[in-house]
Design a binder for this molecule. Structure first.
Ligand SMILES: [Zn+2]
Length: 158
């Protein structure tokens, strides 16, 4: 077999993976892949890579939220004592809790005033109050994730 045949096979392989090729070319390619170990290996590797890439692309939007939550938990767990990001995480979390605790009576009074003034249902007020508490903690986690993401680019692939 000449070099030309392998080059044609590899060209067809790339085309078939990207945009598809006519049936007769496909048949010729399959035949060549059966006969030629080297091209078959290349085809297998390329298809495997493409499968992996497509798997990632499809998986991200579907369960991004779940993955993010898992990631937050994993990162919180894997944070070694003494590491800079870990310290930042604890500082921010602690600050957000302190802020929440100290501002709670004030905010709660504010919510109570809004409720009395505008006739907002108690459930809505409580929900807003909980959100007020949750937002700083969520922000803290976001900041830490972003920081760790830029610090360790190899580990942020989804
Ligand atoms: Zn070949």
């Amino acid at each position: 077999m000449s070099e030309n045949i392998h080059a044609r096979a590899q060209g067809l392989l790339a085309e078939s993976l990207v945009e598809g090729i006519p049936a007769d070319s496909q048949n010729w390619l399959e035949q060549h892949l059966q006969d030629c170990e080297e091209c078959a290996r290349l085809a297998e590797t390329t298809r495997g890579l493409l499968r992996a890439l497509r798997g990632v692309a499809v998986a991200v939007p579907v369960d991004l939220a779940a993955r993010t939550q898992l990631r937050v938990r994993l990162r919180a767990q894997e944070t070694a004592p003494g590491s800079r990001s870990g310290l930042v995480l604890w500082l921010l979390t602690g600050m957000s809790w302190l802020l929440g605790i100290f501002s709670a009576p004030l905010i709660w009074r504010g919510f109570g005033w809004i409720g009395a003034e505008f006739g907002v249902p108690k459930l809505a007020l409580e929900f807003g109050f909980v959100l007020w508490w949750a937002v700083p903690a969520l922000l803290a986690v976001g900041v830490v994730l972003h920081q760790r993401g830029t610090a360790m680019p190899g580990r942020t692939q989804l």
